[in-house]
Design a protein around this ligand. Structure first.
Ligand code: FAD
Length: 275
C-alpha cells in the first residue's frame, strides 16, 4: 500500500519548524528517522497532511553532559548514541539495551527521541528512560516544558505531547558510581519487538525494575532490599499487578511468567554489577 498524499517540509531553522507545527495543528507531524512513521503512512494508519522533517536542524544534533544528566537532542540517531564513546561509562543501561533495539539498519536511521515520541509499549528506549527516572524536554512555538518520563507515557502509543509540540531532547540521568544496571529481553527473534523486556537499577536507595511489553506502557517498580523468599513474592505481586495482554505473539500468562523469571534475573544481574 502507498501513503495518502501529504506535503513535506524541510525547515531551515527550529523556529520555522515550530511555526509550521503550530499552524498545522493536528494535521502536521514531525518526521525524524521514519522507521516507525513511514510504515504507518504506508499502511494508512497515519494520514497527516504535512510532514515536518527535523533531521537537518543542526541545533537538535547534540549529545551533551549537563550536570548529572546526558542530554540527547531530537536529531540524534540511535546508532550515534550507541557509538558515543562515553556510553558504557555514563549510560550502561542503554549500552545493554541497544543490541536488542531493532537492527543495525533501523538504528542507523531511527532517532532516540523518535522512539520516545512513538511510545511503543514494547520499546527499549522508553523503558530505559523510565527506569532511569529521566525526563523529556518539549517545545512548541509558545512554550518550553520539561516532563518526567513517568508522566510522559500515558497509554498505548500515547504521550503527553500536545498539538504543535515536539520533543526537543531527552534527559537520561548519568550512571552513579556504585550503582548496577542490567537489561534483558525475550522476543520471537533477535531484533523483533520484545515480548517482555526488563531493565533494572540497583543503587543505595534499593532496586528498581522496569518492564515493557506487558502493559499498555512501560512500568517501573521500586523495591527495597529483600531476602530470597520475599523477593519471589514481590516479583509475583508485580507480575499480577500488570495488565498483561494476550496477542498473536504470546499469552498474558506467558508474559506474567516471563516477568517473574526475567525480572528476577535482571534484578540479580544489576545487584551483582554494583561496583
Ligand atoms: C524492522 C524494524 C524493526 C524495529 N524493531 C524495533 C525494536 O525492536 N524496538 C524498538 O524500540 N523499535 C523498533 N523499531 C522502530 C524504531 O526503529 C524507530 O526508530 C523508532 O520507534 C522511531 O524513531 P524514528 O526516528 O524512526 O521516528 P519516526 O518514524 O520518524 O517517527 C515516529 C513517531 O514519532 C514522532 N516523532 C519523531 N520525532 C519526534 C520529535 N522529536 N518530536 C515529536 N514527535 C516526534 C513522529 O511524528 C511519529 O509519530 C523497528 C523498526 C523497524 C522498521
Amino acid at each position: 500500500m502507498k501513503p495518502a498524499s501529504f506535503d513535506f517540509l524541510c525547515p531551515e531553522t527550529l523556529e520555522e519548524a515550530l511555526a509550521v507545527l503550530a499552524e498545522g495543528g493536528g494535521e502536521a507531524r514531525v518526521i525524524a528517522g521514519g522507521q516507525s512513521l513511514v510504515p504507518m503512512l504506508n499502511m494508512r494508519l497515519a494520514r497527516p497532511a504535512l510532514l515536518v522533517d527535523i533531521m537537518r536542524l543542526e541545533v537538535l544534533h547534540r549529545i551533551e553532559t549537563s550536570g548529572d544528566e546526558i542530554v540527547v537532542g531530537a536529531g540524534v540517531r540511535q546508532a550515534e548514541l550507541e557509538a558515543w564513546p562515553s556510553l558504557l561509562r555514563d549510560l550502561p543501561l542503554l549500552a545493554a539495551a541497544f543490541p536488542w533495539l531493532g537492527h543495525v539498519q533501523t538504528r542507523a536511521r531511527g532517532t532516540v527521541c523518535g522512539s520516545i515520541a512513538h511510545a511503543d509499549p514494547s520499546a527499549e528506549l522508553p523503558l530505559s528512560l523510565l527506569t532511569l527516572g529521566g525526563a523529556v524536554s518539549l517545545r512548541s512555538r509558545k512554550q518550553k516544558r520539561r516532563v518526567k518520563a513517568n508522566d510522559f507515557f500515558i497509554g498505548m502509543m500515547a504521550t503527553d505531547l500536545a498539538e504543535g509540540e515536539m520533543i526537543e531532547a531527552v534527559h537520561f540521568p548519568k550512571a552513579r558510581p556504585g550503582s548496577g544496571y542490567a537489561f534483558r529481553e525475550v522476543g520471537r527473534r533477535h531484533g523483533d519487538f520484545a515480548i517482555v523486556a526488563c531493565a533494572a537499577v540497583a543503587d543505595d536507595s534499593g532496586l528498581r525494575l522496569g518492564i515493557a511489553g506487558v502493559d499498555d506502557r512501560p512500568r517501573v517498580f521500586p523495591l527495597p532490599a529483600l531476602n530470597d523468599d520475599q523477593f519471589d513474592d514481590a516479583i509475583n505481586d508485580i507480575a499480577w499487578s500488570l495488565n498483561a495482554r494476550d496477542d498473536i505473539h504470546a499469552s498474558a500468562r506467558y508474559r506474567r511468567e516471563l516477568v517473574r523469571s526475567l525480572g528476577r534475573e535482571t534484578l540479580k544481574e544489576a545487584s551483582r554489577c554494583r561496583a
